[in-house]
Design a protein around this ligand. Structure first.
Ligand code: GMT
Length: 379
């Protein structure tokens, strides 16, 4: 198949899923064309089946708001026509699904019907999509897609609750490449961070409000009252400086390291004992899955799709959003007994294997074929 992928090229979860999916499809022999405004962060290899088409937006002085959606739609028309694509797969509803719809309409005037599959990732529904400014466009573009997927049952249900959806939504969860994410021997690194055998706790995110990064610091401050530990804060975003201040206020700043954005996240996860994800909302929790694949148990909130990933009492624990005491208590329970910690680590890996890329990739491929088949029947 010749597949066009539209995504945000940044480190965000939807961009990561889209890029890893594209790379895996290319490995399976499909021709994959990425269409976005920058080279996707994880599109870092050469393959004869991978192509990148940049979308550039005119900065004409009249444009107070550069019309990215129109530039994207035009680029999609161009790429679909000249690369003879079979299908477009757009990740994140805004503005990708609506730009794809516009491209589809234009392409019809050339006698081309391009099927569009839209994948909903989370904040495009739970935060941005619910915003009145975008709601009609989000509803319309979901209903006009030829196929719609959501990354968890919870997100699927939210979408039906928030919007008037007439389309079917297929749940296809996030996946993990276990060849990349696995426990690596990094003892020297562990020693450098925790020279006295302290337990290493980790949080990775884009430090947006929805991640409740301040809760991570508060939970950690309670853990170190009982257990010698270090905290690694990986990523960057608006909440970072507030977290740095909080670490000072709670007198734990010597035990906390802010590492900023990191590429080799699997190496940092390999030295970690526990992952904290106290998010306000989380459609799936890809960062937690990456941790579990590296044998790191997870203490998380029970928001969104997290209960579909983190098995309570088995791969970690789930607590209500904001329950800092509860999360700290369960973290201590896991960390205070080495045998117990080992069991949780094994369980985390066993659960992560269920989301192996090798299992999920054929699900996407079959879904594309199903969408194409349905259109053939209609024609
Ligand atoms: O986590 C983020 O804030 C980034 C966001 C995105 O859309 O780039 O991630 C969302 O999509 C990921 C991939 O499907 C999911 O694993 C994350 O749970 C989801 N984030 C939220 O729902 C907050």
């Amino acid at each position: 198949m010749k597949i066009g992928i539209v995504c945000y090229p940044t480190f965000g979860g939807s961009g990561v899923v889209a890029t890893e999916l594209g790379k895996a499809l290319a490995d399976r022999g499909h021709q994959v064309h990425f269409v976005t405004y920058n080279q996707p962060a994880r599109l870092d290899l050469f393959s004869e089946n991978l192509f990148y088409h940049e979308v550039s937006v005119s900065n004409y002085p009249l444009f107070d708001f550069p019309p990215y959606e129109l530039a994207l739609a035009s680029r999609l028309v161009d790429v679909v026509r000249f690369e003879k694509l079979d299908l477009l797969h757009v990740h994140y509803a805004i503005p990708h699904a609506s730009a794809a719809f516009m491209a589809k309409q234009i392409l019809m005037t050339y006698g081309i019907y391009i099927p569009v599959v839209t994948t909903l990732h989370g904040t495009d529904i739970t935060l941005v999509g619910k915003d009145r400014t975008f709601k009609p466009v989000v509803t319309f573009s979901i209903n006009k897609s030829d196929g719609v997927t959501a990354v968890s049952e919870h997100l699927r249900n939210d979408t039906f609750d928030f919007f008037e959806i007439e389309n079917d939504i297929r749940v296809i969860p996030n996946f993990i490449d276990l060849n990349r994410f696995n426990l690596k021997p990094k003892d020297h690194f562990k020693k450098a961070i925790a020279p006295n055998g302290e337990k290493i706790i980790i949080h990775t995110s884009n430090f947006r409000k929805v991640k409740r990064t301040a809760d991570v610091i508060r939970i950690f401050a309670k853990i170190v009252e009982k257990i010698p530990a270090k905290l690694l804060m990986v990523g960057d975003g608006v909440e970072r400086s507030q977290c740095e201040q909080l670490a000072r206020d709670l007198n734990v700043c010597d035990e906390v390291r802010f590492l900023g954005k990191q590429d080799a996240i699997e190496e940092i996860l390999s030295v970690s004992d526990l992952f904290l994800m106290p998010s306000e909302s989380e459609s799936f929790g890809l960062a937690a899955l990456e941790a579990m694949a590296c044998k790191v148990p997870v203490i998380s909130s029970n928001a969104g799709g997290l209960p579909e990933l983190n098995a309570d009492g088995e791969t970690g624990f789930l607590k209500n959003v904001g329950d800092v005491n509860g999360m700290a208590e369960k973290a201590i329970y896991i960390l205070e007994d080495d045998e117990r910690l080992k069991t949780f680590k094994e369980n985390a890996l066993a659960r992560a294997k269920k989301f192996d890329l090798a299992n999920i990739l054929p699900v996407y491929e079959n879904y594309y074929l199903e969408v194409l088949e349905k259109l053939k029947e209609k024609a």
